[in-house]
Design a protein around this ligand. Structure first.
Ligand code: BGC
Length: 364
């Protein structure tokens, strides 16, 4: 049943994404004739979000296995030197396509440029490398992600009838272009409210490397600076949101101050069901992995694909062929959709303590 839904969703993506194969007449890259396709993937870390090891890796593996293509997926654990070492090893081992989630644009660019110079096809996965040379970019509409967060927070503050709320912002890593796009999205919703005086702009800080441990300290400082007067928290993902919720709990403020998130992690969904988190953003990573794998496999075979869309790299002044998927806002009412989509299991979310909340949310 669940598998059926996923298969339909994935097939829908391929149709709406407009991906169409068109064989490269040369049939191979370089002078050496056809190479055996092998795809290298470098994930960024496993602390800033559960998605990389919990969703991206298994969904990518599933797609590569289904296509019968060789692959090597590694995680740089937030170490830029290690990131470059992994890339070098992958290139030496003969990957024909390399997919990266950069740790910052500078080191990402160095890796992409080197791969390109060795005739290896390249894809920016989830994060765009500014000034980089990736042949494709596969991600979500990240400004739309931020808008959903901003609108979600506004709805929670409105429902709670908070007058002239002070909103604190916990932004993602300053070196992640996605963090900039998320902020553009939520500020497009919040700034008009700050400007009109309907809301009060509170502390606004970025969290280096999306590090949840630093987020604890940063949010605690925000709350202290405000003498406890924070009415809503725009946290850019579930890990940052959970850090804010921990500090709010210490101050007996959880549940009274809405907090946003992103990634629909089990922890984020639990915080929503417990009433401590206002919303999260679900990104169907299975579709993102499938689209990227599809492109990587085509590139690895020396084929080209038309994605029908581009995004502008403002630093490199180029339009990068892209696949951008649509995010979805999740509140208590539709946590069940994330489970029905096979992204997380009921067992991961519905602990005994949350059994009645799960039943009330229609999770069966
Ligand atoms: C991703 C988010 C993730 C964050 C931290 C961003 O680039 O789009 O899904 O939560 O990085 O890993």
């Amino acid at each position: 049943m669940r598998k059926g839904i996923l298969a339909v969703a994935a097939a829908g993506l391929l149709v709406t994404g407009g991906l169409s194969a068109c064989g490269d007449d040369s049939g191979s890259k370089g002078a050496g004739g056809a190479k055996t396709p092998k795809i290298g993937v470098i994930l960024p870390d496993s602390k800033s979000s559960g998605r990389w090891e919990g969703a991206d890796r298994p969904f990518l593996e599933q797609a590569f296995k289904a296509a019968g293509v060789q692959y090597d997926i590694q995680n740089a654990q937030n170490d830029k030197t290690q990131f470059q070492t992994i890339a070098d090893q992958m290139i030496t081992s003969g990957v024909t396509a390399l997919m990266i989630v950069n740790l910052d644009s500078g080191t990402g660019k160095a890796v992409l440029d080197k791969a390109k110079s060795q005739g290896v096809a390249t894809i920016d996965y989830d994060r765009l490398t500014l000034g980089g040379s990736a042949q494709y970019y596969v991600s979500f509409d990240n400004v739309a992600v931020g808008k959903l967060q901003g609108e979600g927070l506004v709805k929670c503050l409105t429902d709670m009838k908070v007058q002239k709320p002070v909103v604190a912002e916990l932004n993602g890593s300053p070196t992640d272009n996605n963090a900039t796009l998320f902020k553009n999205g939520y500020d497009s919703v919040l700034k008009p409210k700050y400007d009109s005086g309907e809301y009060t702009k509170g502390p606004d800080d970025s969290v280096p490397d999306w590090d949840p441990a630093q987020a604890l300290t940063i949010f605690e400082q925000q709350l202290t600076k405000q003498s406890g007067k924070i009415d809503g928290v725009l946290a850019a993902n579930d890990k940052l949101g959970n850090a804010a919720i921990s500090i709010l709990k210490k101050n007996s403020l959880n549940g009274k101050v809405p907090v946003t998130g992103q990634d629909a992690e089990p922890q984020g969904l639990q915080n929503i069901l417990a009433g401590d988190q206002c919303m999260t953003v679900y990104k169907a990573v299975k579709q993102e992995a499938a689209a990227a794998a599809d492109l990587a496999i085509a590139l690895a075979k020396g084929e080209k694909k038309d994605t029908g869309q581009t995004v502008r790299d403002p630093e490199g002044n180029r339009d990068v062929p892209a696949v951008l998927l649509q995010p979805k806002a999740i509140t208590k009412e539709n946590v069940k959709d994330v489970i029905a989509d096979g992204y997380v299991t009921k067992a991961e979310v519905c602990t005994p303590a949350l059994a009645s909340a799960c039943a009330a949310a229609g999770i069966s």
